[in-house]
Design a protein around this ligand. Structure first.
Ligand SMILES: Cc1cc2nc3c(=O)[nH]c(=O)nc-3n(C[C@H](O)[C@H](O)[C@H](O)COP(=O)(O)O)c2cc1C
Length: 184
């Protein structure tokens, strides 16, 4: 089983990318976390360019989502919303609307911020966008505030309560894949 991990941050030392690395350590044996590294290459959405064949970076994203059993997105908060680069990639992934790769896909949202609140508003915004795309978005998330103190450089989550919260969320995400596998 494979979980596609998408970080909404392009920053080299991103707390959100580190949080995804931490999440990999919380997955059971046999479940692989693949970190998508293509965000920087996705061009600005232009409906005139949204034809076949899609731009290579867009096709790679759509394929990666389609082939994953579930998706885990870690978003920073920029001005109480999600970063433009992440929204742009999701806009591309949302087309064609009826058959987009996120439709029916189990997705969980987490987030980290330098400040106190752990990107809670951005997480809510992201859930709204994903729901509009037809994803099976899990309720709730994991909010890592003051992330510099809660994540170590190797991707370890240092807070016990947050570790438990992440375990619960990932368990719920993997459980969401079971009905899909049964139906396949
Ligand atoms: C343009 C911009 C806007 C930001 N807006 C918010 C915000 O609304 N709320 C918040 O808690 N942090 C905000 N921050 C701080 C980010 O949470 C912080 O930079 C965080 O580390 C970004 O995630 P990353 O480490 O994964 O890159 C903002 C940062 C930037 C660069």
């Amino acid at each position: 089983m494979r979980v596609l991990a998408i970080s909404g941050s392009l920053r080299r030392d991103s707390h959100n990318t580190l949080l995804l690395r931490a999440a990999a350590e919380h997955l059971p044996f046999g479940v692989e976390l693949e970190l998508w590294e293509g965000l920087r290459e996705v061009p600005p959405y232009d409906q005139d360019d949204d034809v076949e064949p899609a731009p290579a970076a867009v096709a790679a994203l759509r394929d990666a989502v389609a082939e994953a059993d579930a998706v885990l997105i870690a978003t920073p908060e920029y001005n109480h919303s999600i970063p433009g680069a992440l929204k742009n990639a999701l806009d591309w992934a949302s087309r064609p609307y009826a058959t987009n790769a996120f439709r029916g896909k189990p997705v969980a949202v987490i987030g980290a911020s330098a400040g106190l609140f752990g990107a809670v508003w951005a997480q809510a915004e992201l859930r709204k966008v994903l729901a509009a795309m037809g994803a099976r978005v899990l309720d709730g998330g994991v909010a890592v505030g003051q992330a510099a103190d809660k994540l170590d450089a190797d991707g370890g989550l240092l807070d016990e309560a947050l570790r438990e919260r992440l375990d619960d969320l990932l368990g719920a995400l993997l459980a969401e894949t079971q009905p899909l596998r049964a139906a396949a």
